[in-house]
Ligand binder design. Structure first.
Ligand code: ATP
Ligand code: MG
Length: 454
């Protein structure tokens, strides 16, 4: 098969071969090249030991104890790894030790799925080594474990999540024996580190139809282990056009969010919105008692924080998702005054409004959107835009005067009185945006100061 292998990558293979070693392009990049997709990264496997690889490539970095050397070639960084087998697993997650081998076949057989266990060499103008039927499975769109699936998942429980991720993102099915082994071994996923779970969850979330992966995780018994809070939502009935329980409603919401990401959304905001869409109703199982899920947004906020912290998400992401979950039940009535709209903007935060509205839209779609609710949402959106045009201050920092101005004007030193005055000024400006000029605010400041409580 004639694969397109970039010149820098084949140069690494050629150089190793010309110095008497064996070398192949291996793993996920071969899979992607066969699929006609540009791989994220290129990997080369060789029988040369790490020290030998470093001798061949002067500009290289030996990065870890697993025998990987990063080689710079052209503008690429190519990972060159000594053939290895993974020795003894005791905790189902990491090899205890790395054992090198001089057999390509052994190296391929410790890889997770048939489509990831192929190698390419420049022999005869390009040859694919495919001992486990990876090309056949790629063609048939099947994720199949290499060798005995029970053994493979016991060796490394992450492979179960990877199986779901590949199936979901590529639109493949998991081969029945492989799927049955996941069901049998799902419990082992409790030993996985949060960081490794996060990586796979994020990739499932970023897929075109995220519900596919999460439904698969649930059906295979993995979700109950890694996110019991979400699995539990299956037991909570939900009287929605689009869903009969909270879990299905959450899936409908995440798909709606993924399908209609607002233009100009950054990758970070996109991820935050997807996480919030998936987890926005986590509080419902605990608040079902009263039949109204009373205050479920606050219970949900606490739960989503726990999950995201467990998965080692960074603080900014945790905060942003928690904020969306807390505020997702916002309501609006057409008789709101302009000042009420501005107070809403202050409460939610100006910069967070577009994502909150996108979440609400997805939530509505995930409920089987009835038109009137969308009208109300659009109307509030228009009124928010109007206020943004009109008003100059949605947070205290937007006032045209600051604490120094107030202190200078009143001849007072710093202290709680300055804070009280600024707070009061901001409240007045929310009611009457026209007050946000230096003259009017400073004269107001004098009045407020004069009326200070003793
Ligand atoms: P992608 O880069 O698209 O996430 P990938 O298959 O390339 O997919 P990597 O994490 O880059 O995934 O790993 C490269 C290769 O290493 C895989 O294709 C597979 O052969 C092997 N591999 C990675 N993780 C595991 C694992 N947990 N168990 C066995 N083999 C693995
Ligand atoms: Mg890769």
């Amino acid at each position: 098969m004639d694969l397109h292998i970039p010149a820098d990558v084949s140069a690494v293979v050629d150089k190793l071969r010309s110095t008497g070693h064996r070398a192949y392009v291996v793993g996920g990049c071969v899979r992607d090249a066969i699929r006609g997709v540009d791989p994220a990264d290129w990997d080369v496997a060789t029988d040369a030991m790490p020290e030998e690889i470093q001798k061949v490539f002067r500009r290289s970095l030996y990065t870890n104890r697993f025998g990987t050397v990063v080689v710079r070639m052209g503008h690429r960084e190519i990972e060159v790894t000594t053939y290895r087998v993974e020795a003894a697993y005791s905790d189902h997650r990491r090899p205890d030790a790395v054992a090198f081998t001089n057999s390509l076949h052994e190296d391929l057989s410790r890889r997770d799925f048939t489509m990831n266990a192929m190698a390419w060499s420049p022999d005869h103008g390009g040859t694919i080594v495919d001992p486990f039927g990876g090309q056949r499975d790629l063609e048939a769109r099947i994720v199949r474990a290499v060798g005995d699936p029970d053994e493979r998942f016991t060796e490394d429980a992450l492979r179960m999540l990877r199986a779901v991720r590949f199936a979901a993102v590529l639109g493949f099915t998991i081969e029945p024996n492989t799927a049955a082994a996941i069901e049998r071994n799902a419990k082992l996923a409790e030993t996985l580190s949060g960081e490794r779970i996060q990586q796979e969850i994020v990739r499932i979330l970023r897929g075109p139809v995220p519900s596919v992966g999460f439904r698969m995780l649930s059906n295979l018994g993995l979700l109950a282990v890694i996110a019991p809070e979400l699995e539990q939502c299956r037991e909570t009935p939900q009287d929605k056009v689009a869903a009969e329980n909270v879990f299905e409603h959450s899936l409908a919401t995440i798909d709606a969010a993924a399908a209609e990401m607002p233009v100009g959304t950054s990758p970070e905001e996109d991820l935050v919105l997807r996480l919030a869409a998936l987890f926005h109703d986590l509080g419902k199982p605990d608040t079902y008692d009263d039949g109204h899920f009373h205050q479920h947004e606050f219970v949900g906020e606490a739960k989503v924080r726990q999950i995201l912290r467990r998965w080692k998400f960074d603080k900014a992401t945790v905060e942003a998702v928690a904020h969306l979950v807390r505020h997702h039940m916002f309501w609006y009535q057409p008789d709101w005054t302009s000042s009420a709209v501005r107070r809403f903007i202050r409460k939610v935060g100006l910069e967070r409004i577009p994502v909150l509205f996108a979440l609400r839209k997805a939530d509505n779609v995930g409920s089987g959107a009835r038109a009137p609710r969308m009208y109300a949402l659009n109307e509030l959106w228009l009124r928010v835009q109007e206020e943004i045009q009109r008003a100059t201050a949605f947070s205290q920092g937007d006032l045209v005067v600051d604490g120094n101005d107030v202190m200078r004007e009143l001849g007072i030193g710093s202290g709680p009185e300055v804070g009280r005055i600024l707070h009061e000024l901001f409240e007045r400006v929310l009611d009457e945006p026209e007050l946000n000029t230096p003259e009017r605010l400073l004269s107001l400041a004098k009045e407020i100061h004069a009326q200070r409580p003793d």
